[in-house]
Design a protein around this ligand. Structure first.
Ligand code: ZN
Length: 109
């Protein structure tokens, strides 16, 4: 997964991610209302690698909705999510409890 890891560690991504979360502090999922802690690619980097730093291709989600979307598009809770989680999802002080989400969705994945 070095392809993902290199990207999520890149300065460009981290700067863009921080900016996105600052401007979109609430989860983009309608009716959710939770603080957004994750920046998600609408078209995954696999599908549209040229748009990986395109703001129009990014959406801010809470941990729960991001986990669901990642599971749907990536086929499971894999390294991509973990890499992103390692990069300080708690930077804005929002506590995360990924295990509770992951446990409840594991059977679907
Ligand atoms: Zn949400």
């Amino acid at each position: 997964m070095s392809y993902d890891k290199d990207f999520y560690l890149s300065r460009n991504w981290r700067a863009l991610r921080g900016s996105m979360l600052k401007h979109n502090p609430i989860c983009a999922e309608p009716g959710c209302g939770q603080p957004s802690t994750q920046v998600d690619h609408i078209l995954t980097r696999r599908l549209a690698p040229e748009r990986e730093l395109d703001r129009a291709n990014l959406t801010c989600l809470c941990a729960s909705h991001h986990a669901r979307k990642s599971a749907r598009f990536d086929g499971g809770f894999g390294n991509a999510c973990k890499d992103e989680a390692d990069l300080g999802c708690t930077a804005d002080g929002v506590p995360r409890d990924p295990k509770s989400h992951w446990n409840s969705h594991n059977k679907d994945g």
